[in-house]
Design a protein around this ligand. Structure first.
Ligand code: IMP
Length: 521
């Protein structure tokens, strides 16, 4: 029979919390002011499970109509979230925040690149590639190979090219050069015109054409690529089967009402370039903005949030970082913030706690913010940011009140994150670089309001393969966690949290050790 022992009160001693075998509620776990991180506690299996794993969904409504099916947000960090990662995480049901630390070769900040990154995400899956990489009939195959290498999409080299008369993206279409039309061993010195399918033999689409019609033509004609021309015969776009397949392959994808992937971007609290960046980013199709500062409970953050809300009332607005109930209520009282990042000093690359002495343990911060808001009936959403090391930490973050999580470390080191895979000479294992935005290496322009003293470090994270392998694994672990807790969704989890039915246990050092790996690896 299903039994839940959920009262905090002892039947023998009303008023006193029971000292029994069913752990403690969140309110008593966090009661005594001790800072708790995810590894300091566990959630107990006190609920009889009568739901099926297929019933579980993780829908998280961030506000302004942005609903994630995977409650994961990629942090605005320059070793995590570029357009490739944003595309991958959005396909998996999350969303990414394009960071604002792009640099030109001379080290100056490159404002244009942030906009280009947003454009890349918005262009990705609308089906029509508006500016495909093109070549001219006079290019040699050797030159084409170089162009393909220089213009990778994610980790894939481009190997198929519409051919235009002058080689420009919207020049007159004269043919198509596909991967099967040339060989590295025998055609290197031949020209494109000698190997391409000429226009006379090329099946192509003509504007106006809908994505559905283009798709039908691809199937009908057994094609992988369909160049589309305008009324003058100039190349307008390219439709590829692989893009269309992605629609079917990624049913969780986070999309806007035009079926484009959603993306957020970060701005700082300074007014010098931010208004211009907001205008350009929203014109490029960005779905919302994160005011990215390590101290979100300040007049600077408030001013920027109010400015953005006034100018762009329909766009998602994310505040933070904060970690106390007071700060959460302050953001709530502005009545313009949809969601905020809870976490100060808990990031894996973060040295804030030691450097400035003001911080908070991850779980305590999330619980305080989320609970204070729940007590006041606020609908502002809490995003747990920093310190999440494994999938179980995501379940714990949601269990103490978060609506979604923001990840840096866990997403760094994937195929889609910026930077090359390197081999650690000590271990022989592959890794990628991961650095704090307040590290000396990243903080060249005073990113996120950090001072001159670094508040972050630069390090290595193990190489994890593709987001498309990694995030489904994380989801799988989360499903097992929710199943054990008999919760079908985050709302049910929060109801249990607030009624005291969700039971926790603090871990002593032996328990912590025991729950890790205890065999030689
Ligand atoms: P992680 O997932 O534990 O690595 O934490 C990522 C989070 O750390 C980000 O979303 C930021 O809130 C925070 N963060 C990023 N860079 C720094 C830094 O240099 N110092 C302190 N916190 C940082």
């Amino acid at each position: 029979m299903a039994r839940e022992n959920n009262s905090d009160e002892s039947p023998e001693n009303p008023g006193l919390e029971k000292q029994d075998y069913s752990g403690t509620s969140a309110s008593s776990l966090f009661k005594n002011g001790e800072g708790l991180s995810y590894s300091d506690f566990t959630i107990l299996d006190t609920s009889f499970t009568d739901i099926d794993k297929e019933d579980i969904s993780f829908e998280a409504n961030l506000g302004k109509g942005i609903v994630l099916k995977t409650p994961i947000i990629a942090a605005p960090m320059d070793t995590v979230t570029n357009s490739d990662l944003c595309i991958a995480i959005a396909l998996e049901g999350g969303i990414g925040v394009i960071h604002y630390n792009h640099k030109k070769e001379n080290g100056e900040r490159d404002f244009d690149e942030q906009i280009r990154e947003i454009e890349r995400v918005k262009r990705f899956e609308n089906g029509f590639i508006e500016d495909p990489i093109t070549v001219s009939p006079n290019h040699t195959i050797q030159e084409v190979l170089r162009i393909g290498m220089e213009n990778k999409v994610g980790n894939s080299v481009i190997d198929t090219f519409p051919v235009t008369e002058d080689g420009s993206p919207h020049g007159k279409l004269v043919g198509l050069l596909r991967k099967q039309d040339y060989s590295r061993s025998s055609h290197l010195s031949m020209t494109v015109s000698e190997r391409m399918i000429p226009l006379s033999k090329l099946i192509h689409g003509k504007k106006p054409i809908t994505l559905k019609e283009a798709n039908a033509l691809l199937w009908e004609e057994h094609l992988l690529y369909l160049p589309i021309v305008n009324e003058k015969g100039n190349l307008a776009s390219l439709v590829t089967r692989s893009d269309l397949d992605k629609n079917e392959q990624y049913p969780l994808a986070t999309k806007d009402d035009k079926k484009r992937l959603r993306v957020l971007f970060a701005v700082d609290t300074r007014f010098d370039r931010t208004p211009e960046m907001l205008e350009r980013a929203f014109a490029a199709g960005a779905d919302g903005v994160v005011v990215d500062t390590s101290q979100g409970y300040t007049k600077y953050a408030e001013k920027m949030l109010m400015f953005i809300a006034e100018e762009y009332p329909n766009k998602l607005l994310m505040g933070g970082n904060i970690s106390t109930g007071q700060a959460a209520m302050h953001l709530h009282d502005l009545h313009v913030v949809d969601c905020f990042r809870a976490g100060q000093g808990s990031g894996s690359i973060c040295t804030t706690a030691g450097t400035i002495g003001v911080s908070r343990a991850s779980a305590s911060g999330i619980y305080s913010c989320a609970q204070q808001l729940a007590d006041e009936g606020s609908k502002m959403r809490t995003i747990a940011d920093g310190g999440i090391k494994e999938a179980g930490d995501i379940v714990k973050a949601l269990a103490v009140g978060a609506d979604a999580v923001m990840l840096g470390n866990i997403l760094a080191g994937t195929d889609e994150s910026p930077g090359n895979i390197k081999i650690n000479p000590r271990t022989g294992l592959p890794y990628k670089d991961y650095r704090g935005m307040g590290s000396a290496e990243a903080n060249v322009g005073g990113i996120r309001g950090y001072g001159k003293m670094p508040q972050g470090v630069s390090g290595k994270v193990e190489y994890k393969g593709s987001i498309h392998k990694w995030v489904p694994l994380i989801r799988d672990a989360m499903i097992s966690g929710f199943h054990a807790l008999n919760c079908r969704n985050i709302q049910e989890l929060h109801l249990k949290l607030r009624s005291g039915k969700l039971r926790f246990e603090k871990r002593a050092s032996g328990a912590f050790k025991e729950s890790g790996i205890n065999v030689e690896m």
